[in-house]
Design a protein around this ligand. Structure first.
Ligand SMILES: [Zn+2]
Length: 86
């Protein structure tokens, strides 16, 4: 009958903890992103798995994404190796 007033969250279940950990990818500043971006782009060009934190940042940051794209274009022209999937 009585609506429960703001139920207190119980102890976290292990899968809830996992979900939280997934969500808390380390925050990268643009500065940190720029420091690592060339390695990230090189990894992409080699078809290596990208740094998830950096990848996440690029998805949310148009400026760094733009930087990554132009760097990728530059490296792929420069490196005389064929780009995977255009
Ligand atoms: Zn950024």
């Amino acid at each position: 009958m009585n609506p429960q007033p703001a139920a207190r969250p119980g102890p976290l279940q292990p899968d809830a903890v996992d979900a939280l950990l997934l969500d808390t990818t380390p925050y990268l500043s643009c500065e940190e992103c720029f420091e690592r971006i060339d390695g990230h782009v090189e990894a992409l060009l080699r078809n290596d798995p990208p740094d998830p934190a950096l990848d996440r940042h690029l998805q949310g940051c148009a400026a760094c994404d733009e930087e990554a794209r132009s760097l990728a274009a530059l490296l792929s022209e420069d490196g005389a190796r064929p780009t995977p999937a255009g």
